[in-house]
Design a protein around this ligand. Structure first.
Ligand code: 5CA
Ligand code: ZN
Length: 419
């Protein structure tokens, strides 16, 4: 799948610190990348109702991780997906009376434009599910052959040839549950809420996730080799795309906190069984962005879209800055007030860097680096820039030539804010 153009990233003097993040599975601070190569998989959009502020906040958060990694000297490899065939997309296209492919293509394009405007560095590997169906089929065949998956009869399938849908048998994975650490009742509730089918008859256990769905009337389907025509389940898609793009184990698997269970629990379990090893070393989840106290979500329809704000003439850098004013792992509400504050901050910073000289920038750069290395503390980074800007506007007695340029490049390279 085509990505969007990468933003220019200016060079900074010196080097960033090793980046620590709080692993959402263990709640421990850990160094996010194990070696020189830093590998990241972030779950991409299901292309409808894109790109709302919740999506944007999640991708901006992981963009900050990628920038901090680069600054610390890592070679970053970033992979992401587009869930371009799945039940919610098909249902939305049906309710709009349009072809699901047209809806997916149009929304994926809009997402790319929004990401470009928000200066998000594009993934190195960017795959639609539709592009990786043969690899998914092969993976499901491997799990079946290993006894880690089983078939469930499908009397309602287009062709009742006895092959059935395929489900993962979670008892095959002794580490299942390690990603989210939830009890059974909670897992069952969340599974029902978030795309699972705990009530489906014929499964060995309620939580077992779908790997391959046989063709049903009116649904798209692809050649599935020995599985029969059908389409992939949700979690196996990310397991396969991440494995093929990054190898296993990779450093960080990320997304919003709504993905920790079941999606990342299941995709990590699939990855473990596919390669008898590990999925991601670290799981990282962003908080949920809400509006008026409710999670912003496609199903509730309480969305603020980046594209709508852009149409209204809002500076995308102000949108990005409004996001960065929050800790990535907190839940928070999008408000007009927050956007206004970001616009004012941007104006303040623009005025502060407009001179030739200013307060020494070295300690500010160091403070921004320290904040980002400390679990991506963007509010701390913004506070360091605020302090510099206040000094600059107050008029420093010993201005350093070129200091505003260093601050401008710091903002651009580390925070993705172009003044
Ligand atoms: N395609 C799947 C992942 S494989 C999916 O969850 N798509 S999505 O379009 O629903 O969400 C895209 C990303 O935005 C996910 O990482 C999701 O966790 C995140 N996200 C969704 N809603 C919010 C929200 N209100 N606040 C923060 N992040 C959100
Ligand atoms: Zn995913």
């Amino acid at each position: 799948m085509l990505t969007w153009p990468p933003p220019y990233i200016p060079q900074l003097p010196g080097r960033g610190l090793p980046v620590q993040v709080r692993d959402s599975s263990t709640d421990q601070l850990v160094v996010a990348a194990a070696g020189t190569d830093a590998t990241l998989y972030v779950c991409g959009i299901t292309p409808y109702d894109a790109t709302h502020l919740g999506h944007a906040a999640t991708y901006v958060a992981f963009d900050i991780l990628g920038r901090a990694w680069r600054d610390a000297g890592h070679r970053v490899r970033y992979a992401s997906n587009v869930t371009d065939v799945d039940d919610p997309l098909l249902e939305r296209a049906a309710s709009l009376g349009i072809d699901w492919r047209d809806l997916a293509a149009e929304q994926t394009q809009l997402y790319a434009e929004d990401m470009t405007a928000l200066a998000v560095i594009p993934p190195d590997v960017y795959s639609g599910v539709v592009e990786v169906i043969p690899a998914v089929v092969e993976a499901v065949e491997v799990l079946l052959a290993a006894g880690a998956a089983y078939r469930v009869p499908t009397p309602d399938a287009l062709t009742d040839d006895g092959l059935g849908d395929v489900y993962a048998d979670l008892t095959a994975d002794i580490d299942f549950g390690a990603v989210a650490g939830l009890d059974d009742d909670t897992m069952r509730c969340l599974s029902a809420e978030r795309g699972g089918d705990p009530e489906r008859a014929g499964k060995r256990a309620p939580l077992d996730p779908l790997l391959w769905r046989r063709e049903r009337a009116g649904e798209p389907a692809w050649d599935g080799g020995s599985l029969g025509r059908g389409r992939p389940g949700w979690h196996i898609e990310c397991a396969v795309i991440a494995r093929d793009a990054l190898g296993l184990p990779f450093d960080v698997e990320g997304g919003g906190s709504d993905l920790q269970f079941p999606h990342h629990e299941m995709s990590t379990s699939h990855a473990r069984l596919l390669d008898q090893g590990r999925g991601a070393r670290v799981h990282l989840h962003t908080g949920m962005v809400g509006l008026d106290g409710h999670k912003m979500s496609k199903s509730l329809g309480n969305l603020v879209l980046v594209s709508r704000l852009r149409e209204q003439g809002v500076d995308p850098m102000a949108v990005r800055l409004a996001i960065l004013a929050h800790r990535y792992r907190d839940d928070w509400d999008w408000t007009d007030e927050g956007l206004r504050a970001a616009q004012e901050r941007l104006e303040h910073w623009r005025a502060a860097v407009s001179g030739n000289g200013g307060p020494d920038a070295d300690s500010t750069l160091a403070a921004v680096r320290a904040a980002l290395a400390d679990d991506l503390d963007t509010p701390g980074a913004l506070a360091a820039i605020d302090a510099w800007a206040d000094l600059s506007l107050a008029g420093t007695p010993t201005p350093v030539e070129g200091a505003p340029g260093v601050i401008g490049r710091t903002l651009d390279a580390l925070l993705g804010i172009r003044l």
